[in-house]
Design a protein around this ligand. Sequence first.
Ligand SMILES: [Mg+2]
Length: 115
Amino acid sequence: MHNDNVTTINELKVLVENFVKARKWEKFHTPRNLAESICIEAAELLEIFQWNLENESINDPITLDKIKEELADVLIYCISMANNVKIDIATSIVDKIRKNEEKYPLERSDEFFKR
Ligand SMILES: [Mg+2]
């Protein structure tokens, strides 16, 4: 059984790597193709909200299922990119959050949306 409390990022990296290797798709998984695929899947995620005037509600279970699927597609390609260019995901996220904390100090957090 997998869920966020018990599954490690490394387990997901291995799962994605095994899926790609079993199909011999490594040759297609260049950094550029993966970056493009992340954007394409992100657009599919955004498409769910296209022309949605009802406050972008996710209360509808069908919509939530679509969001889950497209978000998974984005994350799978992100993990595949990390596998391809050998990025440690946990390190890169923590490092980037630290940078963002410096760029957007807590005491000035109200300013950043008042443009
Ligand atoms: Mg998709």
